[in-house]
Ligand binder design. Structure first.
Ligand SMILES: Nc1nc2c(c(=O)[nH]1)N[C@H]1C(S)=C(S)[C@@H](COP(=O)(O)O)O[C@H]1N2
Ligand SMILES: [Mo]
Length: 370
């Protein structure tokens, strides 16, 4: 090994310890990521519960903020092991080549997930592929490679990072000190990265949310917006109607004034964007289940909630029975006591508990039961 690589921190022990932290954070990212994917794309048999109200807000906050906190860990790990990445000769045997291929996949996969995740939440859509598909499928490849890697490296983890009785040569005190200092610095960097993002979902820390692309109190009515009414091509005319149709006993059609005369309810619910930011608000409107009862919709129906939107994705979302039977699920007309701003979905938006923000459809004009 050349003299450039003499730092004691390029050690098996540091690598193993960082490896454990990364193993934990990748597992959290994978599980919360799957949760988010299958909430947005559930197979027909899968019915997510509508409670706890803040579950998706919590898991997606963990996914995004945890992902950001992983960056310092990943960089530290790459720095620790990079002398080994520059081995010469690069391949000594088929086994060695396979092992190195796996490590290459692991490094590339981790960097890909972090870079695409961060550019996505920063609204920097520079990639030629669809982010959600690429991020989703790479996760499986990465987790597969990670499982094999952990199995290969388990002896080192056991030797250095687990409380076992395996004897390892005592470490000189100076080395132990610099190792601890390095790991503490990495943990602090990770903690600070999380701290300056968490304000995007936890309001008391919103002033610290320096890294957060969306601040929870900036936007019309003091609430953030992803797609504005102008960007979605929304025009609301006097002929606006809310139509309840599909497999219904009575097809219903309401003008905006009709909706104002229906029994109104107020609920406190979050909007939890898949990008990690979220905010709580008080929503007032008509219970979806009341409308469905009036229309005579079968209790196991799936509802398709459709928007006036003309451009872009997310103009339709599905609402399954656990969500539309929930009394908290509204077609909202007001937010925090005010008529919805056009950017928040005027005249009517869907708001339901435990649900990704992209499925809280704005500018609703039609509910189709099937
Ligand atoms: N019709 C429609 N509804 C939509 C969207 C959209 O693009 N079109 N964006 C969604 C997304 S991604 C989020 S996070 C929430 C945000 O709601 P807000 O803009 O009122 O904060 O609205 C959702 N509703
Ligand atoms: Mo979103």
């Amino acid at each position: 090994m050349s003299s450039r690589f003499t730092s004691k921190l390029h050690s098996e022990r540091v690598a193993a310890q960082l490896g454990i932290w990364l193993g934990i954070s990748f597992t959290i990212a994978f599980v919360t990521g799957l949760f988010s994917h299958f909430m947005q794309h559930p197979p027909s048999w899968l019915l997510w519960p509508s409670r706890p109200v803040n579950l998706y807000r919590f898991t997606q906050g963990l996914h995004v903020i945890g992902g950001i906190a992983t960056i310092p860990l990943l960089l530290a790990k790459l720095w620790t092991v990079y002398p080994r990445l520059w081995q010469w000769p690069p391949f000594r045997s088929i086994g060695h080549a396979t092992e190195r291929g796996l490590v290459a996949l692991l490094v590339a996969g981790s960097l890909f997930q972090v870079v695409t995740g961060v550019t996505n939440i920063a609204y920097w859509y520079v990639w030629p592929f669809v982010f959600t598909n690429a991020h989703y499928w790479t996760a499986y490849i990465l987790v597969g490679a990670l499982i094999i890697h952990v199995a290969n490296e388990w002896a080192k983890v056991k030797r250095h990072a687990l409380p076992t009785r395996v004897r390892i040569p005592p470490e000189p005190p100076a080395d132990a000190r610099s190792r601890r200092r390095f790991l503490t610095t990495v943990a602090a960097a990770s903690g600070i990265a999380a701290l300056v993002t968490v304000g995007e979902t936890y309001k008391p820390l919103s002033r610290l949310a320096l890294l957060a692309p969306r601040n929870p109190d900036k936007g019309p009515q003091g609430l953030p917006v992803n797609r504005s009414a102008a960007a979605a091509g929304i025009t609301v005319n006097a002929d606006y109607r809310l139509l309840i149709t599909g497999s219904v006993r009575n097809q219903l059609s309401f003008t905006y004034e009709d909706l104002l005369k229906l029994p109104q309810h107020t609920v406190r619910l979050p909007i939890a964007c898949v990008e990690g930011w979220s905010y709580d608000a008080e929503w007032t409107g008509i219970r979806l289940k009341d409308l469905m009862a009036q229309a005579g919709v079968p209790s196991d129906a799936t509802l398709s909630v459709e928007s006036l939107q003309r451009y872009g994705a997310y103009g339709v979302s599905e609402v399954k029975p656990p969500h539309w039977h929930d009394p908290l699920t509204l077609l909202a007309i007001k937010v925090n006591g005010e008529t919805l701003h056009p950017d928040h979905g005027y005249p009517v938006r869907l708001i339901a508990p435990n649900r990704p923000g992209v499925m809280q459809t704005k500018w609703v004009t039609k509910v189709v039961a099937s």
